[in-house]
Structure formats: structure tokens, C-alpha cells
Design a binder for this molecule. Structure first.
Ligand code: FES
Ligand code: FES
Length: 179
């Protein structure tokens, strides 16, 4: 089937197999390897992208379902050489170790902040419960998301303008209460 998908602001038209998963289309056809595969069974959240503004696990979406849609990956977040505030907060708060979960964590975090611009710790953990991290114990991830929220609220400065930047609302998943 021939599909056209806008990915990180660029239109791509390709022939795909009906069974091709969106994550494989992004990585293997379009070279968007910033989106990673951790499980292929919808458990880890590492493959999270935004599909028409909603966070989705791209291993659970067929490429053909994205036909005519807009996809944002972690590679499409920076603007003019500036990291997205959530990316910057992950960096500032040492919210990653191996980094494998980070693309999905960041995409889901942006989505949860679009829904709740001022989440408390519990809300962050709930919002990220579908994204698994084997390294960090989650504490610094939660700290980073709340730090980003502070920078993204209206009146927080130029970064605040990047908040919605084309990747809208979220779905719930989460960093369960461990640490
Ligand atoms: S690779 Fe998609 S949820 Fe793990
Ligand atoms: S930083 Fe290694 S899995 Fe999260």
C-alpha cells in the first residue's frame, strides 16, 4: 500500500506492507532510529511517538494507520539548535543512564505535560507508568518532568513557547511507584 506520512515536518510517501508496524517504518524505511524498540509487545514504551498529537506506542500501530497523519519523534523536538525543554530537563537532572528508554520517556512526558502542566510527583509517575526504565530508578525522571513543567508554564520565558510545538495531548502510562 502507498502511504504518505508527515514525520518531524517532512512528508514521506512510500509503499509499505499492510503488516508493517509504524516503528519499523520509521526506523527502517525513514531512518528515524531515534525511536527505538525495547520489547515489540507494547510493554516498554521505548517506541513512543506522537501521532496527530497523541502519544502512541509505535510498535502497536500499523504504518498504514498513520497514512495522512503527522508523526513527531524525539528527533523532531529540537528547534534552531535548542533542545526541547523536556529534553533539556532530562539532561539537567541526569534523568538517564543507558538512554534506551529516554526517547519514549521524553515523548510521553511532553504528552502528560500537555494534559497537566503542573503535575505533582504522583501524577508524573502515573503519566509515565507505561514507560519502563531499567537503569535510573525513576527518581530523576520524575524530577526532570517536574523541572520541565516549571520551565514550560506560561511566563516562564522563551522555552514556554515550545510547550505544545505540534505534539499535543497524552495518554496515561506510568512510572510505577518504585524507585
Ligand atoms: S517497543 Fe513498543 S512498547 Fe516496547
Ligand atoms: S536509562 Fe537505561 S533504560 Fe532508562
Amino acid at each position: 500500500m502507498r502511504i504518505t506520512v508527515t514525520v518531524d515536518g517532512t512528508d514521506y510517501t512510500d509503499d509499505v506492507e499492510p503488516r508493517t508496524l509504524l516503528v519499523h517504518h520509521l526506523r527502517e524505511k525513514l531512518g528515524k532510529t531515534g525511536t527505538v524498540v525495547g520489547c515489540d509487545t507494547s510493554n516498554c514504551g521505548a517506541c513512543t511517538v506522537h501521532l496527530d498529537g497523541q502519544s502512541v506506542k509505535s510498535c502497536s500501530v500499523l504504518a498504514v494507520q498513520a497514512d495522512g497523519c503527522e508523526v513527531t519523534t524525539v528527533e523532531g523536538l529540537a528547534r534552531d539548535g535548542q533542545l526541547h525543554p523536556v529534553q533539556q530537563a532530562f539532561r539537567d537532572n541526569h534523568a538517564l543512564q543507558c538512554g534506551f528508554c529516554t526517547p519514549g520517556m521524553i515523548m510521553q512526558s511532553i504528552d502528560l505535560l500537555a494534559d497537566n502542566p503542573n503535575p505533582d510527583e504522583e501524577a508524573v509517575r502515573e503519566g509515565l507508568e507505561g514507560n519502563l526504565c531499567r537503569c535510573t530508578g525513576y527518581q530523576n525522571i520524575v524530577r526532570a518532568v517536574r523541572d520541565a513543567a516549571g520551565h514550560m508554564r506560561p511566563g516562564a520565558g522563551p522555552e514556554a513557547e515550545q510547550v505544545g510545538e505540534g505534539q499535543p495531548a497524552a495518554t496515561g502510562t506510568g512510572v510505577g511507584g518504585d524507585a
